[in-house]
Design a protein around this ligand. Structure first.
Ligand SMILES: Cc1ncc(C[n+]2csc(CCOP(=O)(O)OP(=O)(O)O)c2C)c(N)n1
Ligand SMILES: [Mg+2]
Length: 309
């Protein structure tokens, strides 16, 4: 598809992710989706803005909240829906589910339900890129909660000490399940990252997809050139419950006003003209992917242990 400018292109990509996840919400009560889902609705611009400047050969590792990064990095939509359905044609042959999406052919190397566990994997990939003299940039994506894990600190130290070509991207939605950041952390994430000697960037508005792209593209360019690690924190907001398809304002851990403040700045809500223009073609693609998942076969019983390490 041709776009008049970068804003429209990034808007289209973010809207595509939102509409995919809205379809997941519609499908969820049918129980056809076989795994828990951690939706990125509200956070799409972070994934889209970040992935825009990456090459297919650059490698990305993320958490269980992975739909947005899977799609933004170029993962196939048909294989994603088939995976959510547990079908043999899924990107994990029906065994991975929503929390473990991967598309190594486009550089989405893995996602994991275990908080912070893919950060050391990303650092290992960056070490390999360095040793093998591959011109790749590696990206580790993690939430604010992951910065409380030991594996995170060991990874930052190792990446900084060995000067590895990695971008550490903290997708800060201010929450770990129902626990707010202020109740958990005695440190500021970027200040703490600076203490390892990492250059850091901070973006307060994760809805500003063009800004995310500009900042991230500058950082990726710098890492590609210098082969040294960089850290970036982007503030964003998850609209839905931690896991599952529903709203959870009744749970009482955050205010409706707080959520509303983010929604009032959301281009995917505000720019209904562009939504109307792009929605029909995206919905067609989603219909096709869901139909593919529906008609795909289940994995054979004999495949139960294949691909399982
Ligand atoms: C090692 C580990 N500890 C605890 C959990 C339970 N858990 C699942 S998600 C989550 C919150 C993580 O928050 P954050 O890193 O900010 O990611 P977000 O869900 O906000 O995207 C926790 C504590 C887990 N899956 N793995
Ligand atoms: Mg979080």
């Amino acid at each position: 598809m041709k776009f008049p400018g970068i804003y429209e292109e990034l808007f289209y990509k973010a809207l595509r992710i939102r509409l995919v996840e809205e379809r997941i919400i519609e499908l969820y009560p049918s129980d056809k989706i076989q795994s828990p889902v951690h939706l990125s609705i509200g956070q799409e611009a972070v994934a889209v803005g970040a992935c825009q400047s990456l090459k297919q050969t650059d490698l990305l590792f993320c958490s269980y909240r992975s739909h947005a990064f899977y799609l933004a990095k170029g993962g196939h939509l048909r294989e994603m829906f088939a995976e959510l359905y547990g079908k043999a044609t899924g990107c994990g042959h029906g065994k991975a589910g929503s929390m473990h999406l991967a598309a190594p052919e486009v550089g989405l190397m893995g996602s994991s339900a275990v908080v912070a566990s893919t950060i050391p994997h990303a650092v290992g990939a960056a070490l390999a890129a360095e040793r093998l003299k591959k011109p790749q940039v590696i990206v580790a994506v993690f939430g604010d909660g992951a910065t409380e894990e030991g594996a995170y600190h060991e990874s930052l130290n190792f990446a900084a000490l060995h000067k590895l070509p990695i971008v550490l991207l903290c997708e800060n939605n201010g929450l770990a399940v129902h626990s707010k950041l202020e109740a958990r952390q005695a440190y500021r994430i970027t200040d703490q990252a600076k203490s390892y000697g990492l250059p850091v960037a901070y973006l307060a508005d994760g809805h500003d997809v063009v800004k995310v792209h500009e900042v991230f593209s500058g950082i990726v360019g710098e890492v590609r050139r210098s082969r040294c690690p960089h850290f970036v924190e982007i503030r964003t907001c998850r609209y839905k419950e931690h896991v599952g398809p529903d709203e959870d304002s009744h749970a009482g851990y955050r205010s409706v006003e707080e959520l509303q403040a983010w929604k009032s700045k959301d281009p995917l809500i505000l720019n209904q003209e562009l939504v109307a223009q792009y929605r029909p073609v995206i919905l067609q693609e989603i219909d096709d992917a869901v139909e593919f998942a529906e008609r795909s076969p289940w994995p054979e019983r004999s495949e139960l242990l294949s691909d399982v390490v």
